[in-house]
Structure formats: C-alpha cells, structure tokens
Write a protein that binds this ligand. Sequence first.
Ligand code: GLC
Ligand code: MG
Length: 728
Amino acid sequence: MNEARGEGLYLVLISIHGLIRGGHLELGRDPDTGGQVQYAVELTRALAADPAVDRVDLLTRQVCDARVHPDYAVPQEEIAEGAYIIRLPCGPRRYLRKELLWPHLDAFVDNALQHARRVGRTPDIIHSHYADSGYVGARLSQLMGIPLIHTGHSLGRVKQERLLASGMAENVIESQYNISQRIEAEEIALGNASLVVASTNQEIEEQYSQYENYHPKRMVVIPPGVDLSRFRPPRRSDPLPDYAAEIHRFLRYPRKPMILALSRADERKNIATLVRAFGENQQLHDLANLVIIAGNREDIDTLEKGSKEVLQALLLMIDRYDLYGRIAYPKHHKSTDVPELYRMAARVRGVFVNPALTEPFGLTLIEAAASGLPLVATEDGGPIDIIRHCNNGLLIDPLDADALGAALLNALADRERWRRWSKSGLSGVRRYYSWTAHVKRYLRELQRVKRRYHKPVIRSHKSRLPAVDRILVADIDNTLIGDREGLDLLLHRLREAEGRIGFGIATGRHLNSALKVMKEWNIPKPDLLITSVGSELHYGTGLVEDMGWQRHIDYLWKPEALREALDSLPGLKLQARINQRKFKISYNVNPDKMPVLQEIRAHLRRLDLHARLIYSHQAYLDVLPVRASKGMAVRYLAMRWGVPPECLLVAGDSGNDEEMLSGNTLGVVVGNYSPELEPLRGRPRIYFAKAGFARGIVEGMDHYGFLEAGSLFPKLHSGAGAGSLQTG
Ligand code: GLC
Ligand code: MG
C-alpha cells in the first residue's frame, strides 16, 4: 500500500453507509446513497488536489453482496492522485441499511486502526460524516490522539421531531430508525469534535442547537462545493444531448422557456403546489413549459406509498388543468443526464424552481446556478444564503401557489434581467460554492484546529512487539479470581504455551490493591497491567507507568468541576479516598435513588463537561476521562504493539469490562457474569462461557482455539495486515 510520508497533510474522511465509489455514483438508488455520498467523494478529491495535502483516505464500509456491484467490495480504490476510497469490513458482508450498522461500528473502529498502521502514518485529522461515522470518528480521535471534524448532514433530533409531528408513535420511530442510538452517536460526535462543519447558518441555529453538546463556537459554515467541470453553462458548440428527445416527446413547443424542477417524488418537495401554480396561471403556461424530474420509476403502483401518492396527484392535476403538451415528466433519467438538463433549460432561457416546504440546503440550486439558470426557491435556510450570494433569482412562500406562479412569470419576463441573473449566478457559484473555495477555507480552519490541539502521542511503532503473537487480557475480580482450582488450571495452560502468549490484566482496582490480591492468589506478574478501570497503564515486571497514556487521556478532563457537578446528585456516594485517582472518580451508588445514566450524561453535557460513565454491578459508578476505559486502554496497547485486536482474547464479568469485550477482540464473558453484560449476547466474537470464573476463561480459550500452535488468523500473516503482525 502507498506510503504517505511527506511533509504534507494526511487526512482521513469517514462516511460509512451507502454505496461509495469513484465514478458512476448510484445516487438515489436507495435512501443511503445520496447527497452525502457525493459530497464525501468530491471533498476527498478536492482536498487531495491541494498542494498542502499528501494523501486523503475516504473510509467506508466494504460490501460483498451479489445484489450490488462488485466495485463496492474492492478494498482500495484510487480515485485521484493521493485520493483513495478504503473499504473496511463492518459486520456482515451483505449490504445493510444504515439503521442496522450500530452493533458493528466498534469493529469498524478496529479495522480503521489497522488501516492507519498499514499506511504507516497517524493521520493529521479525522473528518466524520453523519452519526454512524461520528461515533467511529470520535473513538478514533480518542485512540489516536488527533482532532475530529464532524459534519452531521442530517440530524436525528430533527428527524425525530418531524416524525412525531407527522403522528408517528415514538416506539415505531424507535424500532424503524433506531433513532435514540443515532442521537446518542451524534451527541458523542459533537462532544468530541474540535470543529463542526455546517452548510448553512440555519443548520447551526435551528438544528444543532437542539443538542446537549451544542457549542456554536466550534461550528463553522462552509457550504459544499459543486463540481464545476460537470455543471457549466451551455456553449453554442454543444450538440443536442441525447436526453433532449426524452423531454421533447412530451412537449408541443419544446423551444419555449423551460421551468425545471428536480427532486425526489416526496411530499415535502411540494411538486403539487408547483403544478397548481403553473396550471392556474394561463399566461405562464402559454409562455413556458414545465419539466418535472421526480426520481426514477418503472410502475407507479409498485412505488412506496409516499412517492406513489405524489405521482398520482401529479397525473390527476395534469388532466385537471389540461396541461398536455406543456409539461414533461419523464420516467427515467441517469445522473449523467442531470447537467444536460440544466443546460437544456439554460439554452431556452428557462428558470430552475425549488418549491420544497423546507430546504435546509439545496444543492440543486447551486448546480442550476452553475449552469447559468436563474432561480425561484422557497424562502428557507439554503435558498436564502444561495440567492443572497448569487443574486440570481426570487424567494417565494411555498404554500402560496398564486405568488409562485407570479414569481415564475416575473423571472422569465425580462430578457435583460435574465441575462444579468444568469451571469451573476455563475460568478457567485465560483466565489462561494466551488470546491476550490471550499478547500481553501477548510484547510484554514483545519490549521487552526491543529494548532489548538496537542500533538499526537501515539506513533505507529511497528517494531516494538514482544515475542508474542497473541495476548490474554483478563479482569481480576469475579473473573481471574473466585475459583482457585480454575485459576490454577488457567495458569497451567498458559505456562504450557511457553511464552507465545502475552498475559495482561485489566481491573477496576488501583495498583496496590491489584498487586495485593494478585499476591494472595498467586497470580504471576503480567506483561501489562491496566488498573483503575483503564485510567492507569503499566508495562512488564517493572510496572513502568505509561505516561503517554496519561497525557492522552487528560483531554477534556476536569475532575474538580465534575465532582462538583456530581456530588449533589441523589444516590451517589463517593468511594474511599484511595479509590479516587488522578483520572478516576468513583461512587458507590444506590440504584433506586440515583438518576438514570442518560440524565447524568445530559446534566454534564449542559455544563460542557465531558466524561465516560461506567456502571458496574448495580453498585459502582466510575467517572473517567472520555478517552479512558479498559476497552480504550486495550486498543491503545494493541495499536502501540501492532497486535491486531483479533489476537487479543479479553475476559470479564461486569459493566466495566463491556467495552473491551465488544469490537474485534475475542470476547469471553465468564458464566458468573453480572446482568449489565446481557446485551452483549449474540454479538459476533463474544462468547458466553458456561463455566464461571477462570474456568470460563479456559473454556473461552478453547472455543477460539486460542492456545493452538501456529498462527491464530493466518490471513493476517499473508494479506494486507501482515506488516502489523510480527512474531520476532
Ligand atoms: C473496583 C474499584 C472501584 C470501582 C469498581 C467498578 O471495585 O475499586 O473503585 O468503582 O471496581 O469499576
Ligand atoms: Mg470483575
């Protein structure tokens, strides 16, 4: 794989769902493959084209599924010089809609770390797109010690509100869209992001403001660019596009000015009011043709309910107003026809109209303006900005059909002004909405973020591996200890493996208490010792403390403020002094009296306080820095040592073990586990042992064949991951 070792920036973009490839995007094929996919691909190319940038990787999900094109299974695709789409496994191989990806995101995190190691360089920044990637980006930024930029694209709280208003029941919304998981991921992304990139001011003020982690100081408006090589005004020398025939067969006088509308067949796009405006205005439908491009269809009857109703209403209205010969509504178009359509409209001095009920952004308006078309659009977020910047049209009230008709007529009437609008749109787009302009602004912001952010603390050490090719990491209480004979059996099996297997411990106890109990139980000194619920890390027999880890987790850690914010809550009582550590505040809790975790989290966020809350045994609440936990410590180690997570077997029994159990590591839950781990059941790579305590660990090791000689995962030795795994 290409090395990126120059002086320039190495940027990692993440956009997980949908179908992503370098060309022939299947936009609109399904709800997950739309504007965001296009945005991410174009941003990747545009960034890589800048001389300050060495390499850009766009990470997405690898899909191996006969129902989609084999392109989406290719692990790496170079889409321009220094620009790559990297496809990483994430859950099952088949294509999944985005609402189903949540349980697999931890695996994506681990695969992304492996990718960083293969490139051999820690990225300078991570930029996540949408909630799912936001969660992944936040985790990666914590693990690698690099800043996160986030773009929401659309927001769960806004959607939830809209669905509730439409009368959908809360539990239906939940089961269909997994909305609370999405919102939680968005909160995590917003809490961790050093910068949020929005497309409009309205998005910040009306949408992001609904979040607990609303920090407008960290938000900027940089509208997406438009591909000016695709969208350009018509030239005299352009031949008539093939698609013209498709439109012309509807129209009696195809040379009349064209009113062009382009959107999905969705009620919110308000096509009905447009047709009414056209149909009821005699002057308008004498002067111009109306062309409605509303998605693709084979048979209206087989469309989903919403689109079906929109199109049926359209056909009825055409008949009612007798618009035959004056309106075109083709069944099909390809994405390559779209630029041609705008140009066809511009050639006959037409106008582009977007009458959507609300329009947070409106990329089509920019594409139309880039093709030289004046605009008539809903007076809402996106259009307001666009028409202000481009000064090329009129804003309308989407509910007022008469006014819409009048505005369209007005826009077409004055030839001189039409030319001015057309020209002014072209220069406005170049100035405000080109990718070059976007990237310039973006890189300026990025440098600011980097300056503010401390230096990465992890370097990719490929050579610091001890002579082991796999590691057992076990919790102490109720996992290693509890059954003396089981423990002896485990230690015996480990000794038999003769040093091929590393041994690690991850405990909630502080160092001295861990050492004491280990002595009582005759547990040998481990190769690594994670204590205080992951907030302290020690290596080898010398118990050398990892200061890099301390620096790494210090991020956003404000223990005094946290204690002050938490001490007043009911049901929480501070644990003994010795359990309070530099990076850990621990409470004994009364589960009946304490507020639910989500409320505690919201309470902290409102104060702009950030912490990881870990609840165990219905008795303990640990408050840690956002970057600390047993799971995070284990992954940090895996990365530092270059041991793939698949070669780590982790064993635990309770809530503070949960995170290290999920993801790509081989998880073992011992038989005597505590109920908060129940949700892990059925997840891939989590084995629930029948036996309790250390016997459960042995059972789990046998289940995975962990002690067998030879390579545990042969493919890691031959394929792309080979560089990271050495058995020297
Ligand atoms: C250990 C620690 C305690 C912590 C608990 C749960 O018992 O001593 O401080 O709250 O584990 O993680
Ligand atoms: Mg335990």
